[in-house]
Design a protein around this ligand. Structure first.
Ligand SMILES: Cc1ncc(C[n+]2csc(CCOP(=O)(O)OP(=O)(O)O)c2C)c(N)n1
Ligand code: SF4
Length: 291
């Protein structure tokens, strides 16, 4: 198939300032390649992030971008999708952004089901602020805020989103670039809210700087385990291995995608417009006030 665009068309002229070896470089490369396959023009894409090292990502693309507030990528992305449903809307950030301060927004984005792809670069640490515990840090991790080791159980991002009814859930790693590219592409093509958790190592404040190498040796694709992505309970079983085993691929893809939030909003607007057209001018306000 002829591709209308090349990677260079999605690359901005900002040079990434991530530490050499940061996993986020791999996520950016995978995203460029997925966008090439999707073939939307850069000006038809809105890319929203929160705050963190990972949240710099929209700036490295030629899409319309907004490096917003810590934890607030999803509310902004949802507003954009409702106002401009024809845009391809992407949201991204770190595990701190998504599961600490932004953790309260995620269930609501999932239950509304806007057609947005949310990519979390899960490095199990606060990178930008120099290595504090994050919600996905493993129990026992020593950091500047847990000198004697973390006393907390980690949030499981996969179970979290599956439990709230997310219709598309995948996990990837830059250690498997072809797999990461295809799951980001699949997530973008999925007609509804899609979540991609990327095990994207922090080489500066993470457990060590050899995580990508270790991931290459230990990762197991869900396909090789014979997992059927339409099996939600099977996905939840496998998601429980988060933090112990690295499973890559699509955990869950609802084969019967429900209507998106923006489609329901449009339907409601059209119903009200029809009713309003049948009313005398002075009664139109009553319609909206339900009198
Ligand atoms: C309201 C608010 N609280 C706290 C911060 C400080 N802060 C900036 S980034 C960050 C966490 C970064 O970690 P993560 O979201 O995991 O992203 P990473 O840098 O690891 O990619 C925090 C706590 C902030 N910018 N705004
Ligand atoms: S501090 Fe960690 S997450 Fe941030 S750019 Fe460096 S390696 Fe990446």
């Amino acid at each position: 198939m002829t591709q209308l665009f090349k990677v260079k068309d999605y690359k901005s002229d900002l040079k990434p300032i991530w530490c050499p070896g940061c996993g986020d470089f791999g996520v950016l490369q995978a995203l460029y390649r997925a966008l090439v396959s999707i073939g939307r023009q850069p000006h038809e894409i809105a890319f929203i992030s929160g705050i963190g090292c990972s949240s710099r990502i929209p700036g490295y693309t030629t899409a319309y971008g907004f490096n917003s507030l810590h934890g607030r990528a999803l509310p902004i992305a949802q507003g954009i999708k409702v106002a401009r449903p024809e845009l391809l809307v992407l949201a991204a950030g770190g595990d701190g952004d998504g599961f600490s301060i932004g953790g309260g927004h995620l269930p609501h984005a999932i239950r509304r089901n806007p057609d947005i792809t949310y990519i979390v670069m899960d490095n199990q640490i606060y990178g930008l602020t120099k290595g504090q515990l994050s919600p996905t840090s493993p129990r026992g991790l020593q950091t500047v805020t847990s000198e004697y080791g973390s006393l907390e159980e980690a949030v499981n991002p996969l179970l979290y989103v599956l439990a709230y009814g997310c219709n598309f859930v995948a996990q990837g790693t830059p250690a498997d670039m072809p797999g990461l590219v295809s799951m980001i592409e699949e997530a973008i093509r999925y007609p509804g809210f899609s979540f991609v958790n990327v095990q994207s190592p922090c080489v500066t404040y993470g457990e060590d700087d050899q995580q990508v190498k270790a991931q290459k040796e230990t990762m197991k694709s869900l396909q090789s385990l014979g997992h059927d992505p339409s099996d939600r309970m099977g996905a939840m079983d496998l998601a429980q291995h988060y933090g112990r085993e690295l499973h890559t691929g699509v955990f869950y893809r609802n084969p019967a995608p429900p209507k998106t939030f923006e489609a329901l909003v449009r339907e409601r607007q059209q119903e009200l417009a029809v009713k309003a057209a049948a009313l005398p001018r002075e009664r139109i306000l009553d319609l909206f006030l339900q009198r």
